[in-house]
Design a binder for this molecule. Structure first.
Ligand code: SF4
Length: 312
């Protein structure tokens, strides 16, 4: 969405490369140790762009749904970056808070667009094109069962997608997109599951209605922006009886520790689906993740074999 917005305004968009250990270490060196891992990773990405662009775009996303808010670290990202990376190019920071009304949002978008053009009509055109790109991206994921990287690749025509081949088991992954799809942080969990012939489902493959209704069934009204993709997706996949659900969270995340615990309790109550939660941090080793994953898949296979024996 944002790439479309800036390109429509005539800017060249540069994105940071995939996460590496160097980026994690450099990001970590700028903040106190108990900062959550994704913020450290984020700062590493900013550092990787310092000498590659004229501006860095860091929105302060406070709220995208009425009375549902992002975590404080999220909305403080532009200020935090200014404080800990003084060598950063000028930051384009826009506050997104739908609770302040449409007028506030439109003004913020025009203010952002003014860095590139004084023509409000052009900013409006760019916003509409960006919104269309966003709708297409969401629709690709929920209707075709694509992950965000696959949907982006399809929209930009980068790679030809393979049809999912599934035989062993259907495993749902729940958690924030910046953890699930970061191959370095997640230790290529999706790839490992698919290589072992499992079908992988993620929160973005569900519709907004499915996510919201599942969240409501467990906690009532959501308060956190990401409640749907952790609680909503977790409950939905547990109730639809996939073979296993893996909850991925990172060290230092307050909201996740509560939300994942609620999903865990739900799984224990339903007793129909194997559930595992994995907490990742910067020192998590690949060996540790692989061992947990193998044990989890073994458990699912044993359970499936037992079910077949009972049927026979
Ligand atoms: S939701 Fe959790 S992981 Fe994400 S920025 Fe906030 S504390 Fe960090």
């Amino acid at each position: 969405m944002w790439k479309t917005f800036f390109e429509e305004l005539g800017a060249e968009v540069v994105v940071s490369p995939p996460t590496t250990q160097v980026m994690v270490s450099e990001g970590s060196s700028r903040v106190v140790a108990d900062t959550c891992l994704p913020v450290k990773v984020f700062l590493g990405h900013v550092l990787s762009l310092v000498d590659k662009c004229d501006y860095i775009f860091i929105p302060a996303v406070r709220s995208v749904k009425s009375k549902i808010y992002n975590c404080s670290k999220f909305l403080g990202l532009p200020d935090m970056t200014k404080a800990v990376i003084p060598e950063s190019p000028p930051i384009l920071d826009i506050e997104i808070d739908v609770n302040k009304g449409k007028r506030h949002l439109y003004q913020a978008i025009y203010k952002l667009g003014r860095h590139f053009t004084w023509n409000p009509f052009k900013v409006r055109q760019a916003s509409l094109a960006a919104w269309q790109a966003h709708l297409k991206y969401r629709q690709l994921m929920s209707s075709q069962g694509l992950t965000p990287p696959q949907a982006i690749a399809k929209m930009t025509g980068e790679v030809e997608l393979k049809a999912p081949t599934s035989t062993q088991a259907t495993i749902a992954l729940i958690g924030h997109p910046y953890i699930l799809y970061d191959e370095h942080i997640s230790h290529r969990l999706i790839h490992r599951l698919e290589q072992a012939d499992n079908k992988v489902l993620t929160p973005e493959m569900l519709t907004t209605e499915e996510l919201e209704s599942a969240t409501t069934r467990l906690v009532g009204k959501a308060h956190w922006t990401y409640e749907d993709e952790v609680v909503g997706a977790g409950v939905h996949y547990l109730e639809t009886r996939v073979d296993g659900v893996i909850g991925l969270m990172t060290f230092g995340c307050g909201p996740d520790s509560q939300m994942m615990d609620m999903v865990h309790r739900r799984a224990a109550k339903l007793r129909a689906t194997t559930f595992m939660s994995l907490t990742l941090e910067e020192h998590t080793t690949e060996g540790g993740v692989v061992t947990r994953l193998e044990a989890f898949l073994d458990m699912i296979n044993r359970r499936k074999r037992r079910q077949i024996e009972v049927c026979v």
